[in-house]
Design a protein around this ligand. Structure first.
Ligand code: ATP
Ligand code: MG
Length: 367
């Protein structure tokens, strides 16, 4: 993003989580410098659940960073986390369709399948096998403490909590470590999971590494919008009916923004701590226009919520018009999408099998 402003972190989170997010954002600035000095040092693993079309939270939280890192020459693995769909629902709605939609969103945003390995983890058995030794490295109490999992349980569509829900952060450790990813561009909700991955890597190395680091301890790269809010004022999320999809058309975008929650104060200001909903809308316009959010808020000022919504709608529709057009073009060739996944799965399988062999050797087993 073309400006530098640390006050973009929403503060409607618990104090400890806000502290972790602030620390992660400071570290992200350091990582940005290290990446620009030596992109070859980094390998990115990042991904999304195929639970629906990607939204503006994805774009500004992680997708934009993926493309930027790719352009800097960082090696990239992009995961379609299809098993993870079943963490909070009994049945995956349209698995094949949503997987293709996700690939489309990546391509539209600028992820290049010639450079990035785009794959589904259900097609990579060796990756999933890593889950078993990794599960032995974390305690139930640790899994129980994860604030993101708690939040997701609160929004779950299931009446009881499945074992997959509790253990999916360890599955994510397998997702990241199978390719020895050391940089993970994510939104703020993923920070506790990154800690789990780091713990798994550290404990595996301590227990089985025999003095060498089998796995890196990956780091999170946060963007300037690590937690974009949806139209209801909670985290924009595919599963909560509060998202503006990347693929939405201009009218749908206008309708959704018109219905977005604001507050009772007329004058528009940028104050994420006190006015999270208004500030998230201001930030959205600012990100689309590449301007500081304070400047955007000052310009809108007395025009109030309707002026804000008009500005955000125009900013979003302008910024996403070329991305949406690209998406529509790619959508015409479904066989191309399937080919990308076939190739990506093949490449991911080769990497996963090498890592699993290494793990077996380190553990002195053939299990
Ligand atoms: P679901 O509701 O199905 O869980 P989601 O919208 O939370 O969907 P995920 O697939 O779980 O999306 O998340 C993919 C990536 O996008 C993660 O790195 C996550 O941190 C990031 N992300 C998701 N929502 C936001 C958001 N509102 N703001 C910033 N980043 C986000
Ligand atoms: Mg999610």
């Amino acid at each position: 993003m073309p400006y530098d402003d640390e006050s973009t972190l929403p503060t409607d989170t618990a104090p400890a989580d806000a502290l972790a997010a602030t620390a992660a954002q400071a570290r992200s600035a350091v990582l940005e410098r290290l990446v620009s000095e030596d992109p070859g040092r980094f390998r990115v693993l990042t991904g999304d659940r195929p639970t629906g079309r990607l939204h503006l939270g994805h774009y500004f939280g992680t997708l934009h960073n993926r493309v930027r890192l790719q352009e800097l020459g960082v090696e990239m693995f992009v995961l379609v986390a299809d098993y993870q769909v079943l963490t909070d629902r009994d049945v995956a709605e349209d698995p094949a369709g949503f997987v293709e939609e996700l690939v489309l969103d990546q391509l539209a945003a600028g992820v290049d399948p010639a450079r990035a390995v785009i794959f589904t983890h259900s097609a990579v058995p060796a990756l999933n096998q890593l889950l078993l030794p990794f599960l032995s490295l974390v305690s139930v109490a640790e899994l129980n403490r994860n604030p993101t999992v708690k939040e997701e349980i609160a929004h779950s569509r299931q009446s009881s909590v499945s074992g997959l829900m509790f253990t999916y952060p360890v599955h994510q450790a397998a997702d990241i470590l199978f390719c020895k990813g050391n940089l993970v561009p994510v939104g703020q909700d993923q920070l506790p999971h990154l800690e789990v991955t780091r713990t798994v890597a550290r404990r595996f190395n301590d227990r089985y590494g025999n003095g060498t680091a089998v796995f890196p301890e990956p780091e999170a790269l946060l963007s300037k919008a690590p937690l974009l809010l949806g139209t209801d004022g909670t985290k924009m999320s595919k599963s909560r009916g509060n998202a503006i999809a990347l693929a939405a058309d201009a009218d749908e975008t206008a309708r959704l923004i018109r219905g977005a929650r604001t507050d009772a104060e007329r004058h528009i200001t940028y104050d994420p701590a006190r006015r999270p909903e208004v500030s998230s809308l201001v930030l959205l316009a600012a990100l689309c226009q590449g301007r500081p959010p304070q400047q955007v808020a000052e310009e809108i000022g007395a025009a109030g919520a309707s002026g804000l919504k008009k500005c955000v709608t125009e900013a979003v529709n302008d910024h996403f018009a070329p991305i949406r057009a690209r998406r529509a073009r790619y959508a015409q060739d479904r066989s191309y999408l399937r080919e990308i996944l076939r190739e990506g799965n093949e490449r991911a399988n080769a990497v996963a099998e090498t890592t699993l062999d290494e793990v077996r050797r380190a553990m002195n087993s053939r299990c």
